[in-house]
Design a protein around this ligand. Structure first.
Ligand code: ATP
Length: 517
C-alpha cells in the first residue's frame, strides 16, 4: 500500500469509530480480532445496503423470491457441499516470528509487487512519450516489462496448478523459489504448508461426540439449496427462477486483517438462480451485467470496479468471476458470480436420498437444475462505499474564507440519516419548539436527527461527516412565514422553502427508487 493509500485507509477506520459507524468487538477487553460491531450510523447504512440489494434482487425480479434460513444446518449439509473435505486454505507459519500466513496470499502479494514494478515502468514511459505513447506496444516490446510479465505468468500458472491439485509441497517450493521472506521478521524459516479448514464447529447440547458436532455456516447458499423444492413448490416458480437470502456467515480466516474486509463473522447477500442445464452460460453473462449495473447505479466510478476471472475454479464451478473494487489496499474481490453447475443439488440429493428435481413442463422431463449464483459480502460493500465516499475538500465557510471539511458523500438513498433539523440558536425556546415540531413532521417519513448544540457551521460539519444529504435550519423568519432553509450536502446550496415542501424535497432525492431509474 502506498503511503497515501495507507493514510486513507487509516482515516476510514478512525472515521468509522469516531462517528459511530463501526467499533471493534469487545473493545474494553482489547477487542477480538476480525469481529466488529456496527454502531448507530453503521447499522442504518448497513440496513440500507441490504435493502437496496433485496429490492434490486427480490422486488425488481418477478422470478426471485427470498428466504431466511437458519445458521445451523444438519452436519451432512457440509459433507455434501464439499466444505468438510475441501473448504481449506493453505497455511504456513514462520518459525522465527511465529506469525501465520496464507501461502497463496503471500504468493499473490509477491505477484502484485512485480505488477507494481511494471506499472511504474509504464507510468514513466507515459510521461516520457506523452500523447504518442502506445501502451500495448510498449508492454509487448519493452525488455524489462516483458521479462517481468513472463515471470508473473509463470508464477500464476504454478500457483493455479498447486491450488487445483491441493499440492501443498508445491506451494512451499514456490515460496522458497521466490525467496519470499516474512514481512515481520524478514526470515525465510518456514514450516511446511498445510491445509486448514475454515469452518467453525460447535456442539449440540443433547448429543455427545462427533455425532453432535455442528458447524456455523460458512456461506448462506446451502440454506437455499436444501430448500430448493420447498420454495419452488410453495411459490409455483418455474425454472429459471432465483432464491435470495441475506444472513451471517462464519469463516475461521487464517489471516484476518484489513478491517471489515476479512472478518471471521460477516454477512452475505446471496442469490442462487436455478436454470435449465445447458443455459447456464447465458444466465452467467446476464447476472454479470446485472450485478455490475447494481454497483454503477450507486454512482461508483466505473474505473473503481472491474471483472476478474478466476484462475482456478472451485470444486463446484464451471465458470467464475469476481467483481473487484479498488479498495485503499488495491483491487480486491467485492462480489463473486459463479456458475455452480448442478454440483450442490446433486450432492444433497445423493447424501439425503431425497429427489431435488424439477419437472419442466415445456420439455416434459425431470432434471436437476444448474445454478448461477451472485454472492456479495455486505461488510465489504460497506467498506467499498466508505472508501469511495469519505473525502476531504476545501469549501468556503460562512465568512467566504476557505476551510476544509470532511464529508461522507454516500449515495443519498443509502445515507444513514436523510435530514437534520437545526434551530439556528438553542436558547430561544420558540425556535427550538418549532424545530422539534418540524422534526416530528419529518421523522415519520425518513430517519432524521435534531441537533441544537454548537454553532450552526459546526453542526453542518457533523452532518457532513455522517453523510446526511439535507440540513433544515429553523430561524426567526420561520416563525413569521413557515419557511426554512434547506442545505444540500454536496453542492452546499441553501434555498428557502415552505415547511410543507421539505418532506417531498428530501424524499425525491433520497428514495431508493432513484437507484432503479
Ligand atoms: P476471498 O477470496 O476474499 O477469501 P472468497 O472467494 O472466499 O473471498 P466467496 O466464498 O466467493 O469469497 O464469498 C462471497 C463474498 O463474501 C465475497 O465476495 C466477499 O464479499 C464476502 N466474504 C467472503 N469472505 C469474507 C470475510 N472473511 N469477511 C468479509 N466478507 C467476506
Amino acid at each position: 500500500m502506498s503511503a497515501s493509500s495507507e493514510d486513507q485507509f487509516k482515516n476510514i477506520v478512525s472515521h468509522c469509530k469516531e462517528y459511530g459507524f463501526i467499533f471493534q468487538s469487545s473493545e474494553i477487553y482489547d477487542g477480538l480480532s476480525a469481529a466488529y460491531d456496527y454502531g448507530p450510523y453503521g447499522v442504518e447504512l448497513k440496513n440500507n445496503i441490504k435493502d437496496y440489494w433485496w429490492q434490486a434482487m427480490v422486488r425488481m425480479h418477478d422470478n426471485i423470491v427470498g428466504i431466511d434460513a437458519a445458521i445451523f444446518m444438519h452436519p451432512k449439509t457440509w459433507k455434501a457441499s464439499g466444505h468438510v473435505d475441501a473448504f481449506n486454505d493453505p497455511l504456513i507459519d514462520n518459525k522465527d516470528s511465529n506469525k501465520r500466513y496464507r501461502a497463496d496470499v503471500m504468493i499473490e502479494e509477491y505477484i502484485e509487487k512485480i505488477e507494481a514494478k511494471i506499472s511504474k515502468e509504464v507510468d514513466k514511459a507515459v510521461k516520457r512519450f506523452g500523447d504518442d505513447f502506445d501502451e500495448a506496444m510498449y508492454r509487448l516490446t519493452n525488455e524489462r516489462v516483458v521479462a517481468n510479465q513472463i515471470k508473473i505468468d509463470d508464477i500464476n500458472k504454478r500457483l493455479a496448478t498447486c491450488m487445483t491439485d491441493g499440492d501443498m509441497a508445491g506451494l512451499k517450493t514456490l515460496i522458497e523459489d521466490l525467496e519470499i521472506a516474512d514481512p515481520v521478521s524478514g526470515s525465510r524459516n518456514w514450516t511446511e504448508v498445510r491445509q486448514f479448514n475454515l469452518m467453525f464447529s460447535t456442539q449440540l447440547g443433547n448429543i455427545a461426540g462427533e455425532e453432535g458436532k455442528l458447524y456455523l455456516r460458512p456461506e448462506t447458499a446451502q440454506g437455499i439449496f436444501v430448500n430448493f423444492l420447498n420454495v419452488q413448490k410453495t411459490t409455483r416458480q418455474k425454472v429459471p427462477f432465483g432464491i435470495a437470502q441475506i444472513g451471517k456467515a462464519f469463516r475461521n480466516e487464517i489471516v484476518a486483517r484489513q478491517f471489515i474486509f476479512r472478518m471471521r463473522e460477516f454477512e452475505q447477500m446471496e442469490m442462487q438462480f436455478f436454470v435449465r442445464p445447458g443455459t447456464e452460460m447465458e444466465f452467467y453473462k446476464y447476472w454479470k451485467e446485472e450485478r455490475m449495473k447494481w454497483h454503477l447505479a450507486l454512482g461508483t466510478p466505473a474505473e473503481k470496479l472491474k471483472f476478474k476471472d478466476h484462475d482456478n475454479l472451485a470444486h463446484y464451478a464451471n465458470a467464475a468471476v469476481d467483481i473487484q473494487f479498488d479498495f485503499p489496499f488495491g483491487f480486491r474481490e467485492l462480489e463473486g458470480i459463479h456458475s455452480r453447475t448442478d454440483y450442490d443439488l446433486k450432492s444433497h440429493q445423493e447424501l439425503s436420498g431425497k429427489k431435488l428435481q424439477y419437472f419442466d413442463p415445456e420439455l416434459n422431463e425431470n432434471y436437476v437444475p444448474f445454478v448461477v449464483e451472485t454472492s456479495i459480502g455486505c461488510d465489504r460493500m460497506f467498506l467499498a462505499l466508505m472508501s469511495h465516499a469519505l473525502v476531504e475538500e476545501t469549501v468556503p465557510d460562512a465568512d467566504g474564507k476557505d476551510s476544509t471539511r470532511t464529508v461522507l458523500k454516500l449515495p443519498p438513498s443509502l445515507a444513514p440519516i436523510k435530514c437534520a433539523v437545526l434551530p439556528l440558536v438553542k436558547n430561544k425556546e420558540d425556535l427550538t419548539d418549532k424545530a422539534r415540531a418540524v422534526l416530528h413532521q419529518l421523522k415519520a417519513h425518513f430517519p432524521c436527527q435534531y441537533d441544537e448544540k454548537d454553532a450552526i457551521g459546526r453542526r453542518y460539519r457533523r452532518q457532513d461527516a455522517i453523510g446526511t444529504p439535507f440540513c433544515v435550519t429553523v430561524d426567526f423568519q420561520t416563525l413569521e412565514d413557515e419557511t426554512v432553509t434547506i442545505r444540500e450536502r454536496d453542492t452546499l446550496e441553501q434555498v428557502r422553502v415552505g415547511i410543507d415542501q421539505v418532506t417531498a424535497i428530501v424524499l425525491e432525492k433520497t428514495t431508493m427508487a432513484n437507484l432503479f431509474a
